[in-house]
Design a protein. Structure first.
Ligand code: PNS
Length: 163
């Protein structure tokens, strides 16, 4: 398989579902660049720097994984890094419509970039960063779904927001 792949996302914050995809991609590619979208329009809870730092900590045991951030079009970022494969996780059919649309559009924008879909491991198929944030806001337990240090950062961030 090719030497490099790109795993893009918002990662606000990283979950065990994301980590599963990055870990599995790292077994198939020599280098995996996890790219955090700088998306102020989406008003993420964590800054780009905070999301990058959490990803670095969560993937520190994986060889060949680099954490980066980007703005603008994903295919332009891929081209600037000389990467031809985008890896995305698919949780359920509900993801499929949107992911297929993006993959087709990205391929139209740059025919040299392919999207590979990886089926999410079943135990994470219902997991999302949005649900994690909602559960935390209402005092629920997310320890099964994110690394413990991420749960800690969420707790600090949400309590700071209430001050
Ligand atoms: O984790 P997410 O929010 O599902 O990730 C979505 C992401 C970052 C992959 C997507 O929004 C993206 O690629 N944004 C960059 C802008 C872009 O290229 N848009 C055109 C997509 S066809």
């Amino acid at each position: 398989m090719g030497p490099s792949a790109l795993c893009p996302g918002t990662f606000d914050p990283i979950t065990n579902g994301h980590l599963d995809i990055v870990r599995r991609a790292s077994r198939c590619f020599e280098e995996v660049v996890v790219a955090v979208l700088e998306n102020p329009g989406k008003a993420p809870l964590f800054s780009t720097e905070e999301r990058v730092a959490m990803l670095k900590e969560a993937t520190s045991d994986l060889d060949g994984v680099e954490i980066a951030s980007f703005s603008g079009l994903l295919v332009d970022y891929a081209a600037s890094r000389g990467i031809k494969v985008i890896v995305k996780g698919l949780r359920a059919v509900t993801d499929f419509d949107y992911e297929l649309q993006m993959a087709q559009m990205n391929r139209t924008l740059n025919g040299g970039v392919e999207t590979f879909f990886v089926p999410t491991s079943p135990q994470w198929s219902y997991l999302s960063s949005s649900l994690i944030k909602e559960i935390m806001r209402f005092g629920g337990d997310v320890s099964e779904f994110v690394p413990s240090f991420v749960r800690q950062r969420l707790s600090e961030k949400l309590s700071a927001g209430r001050e």
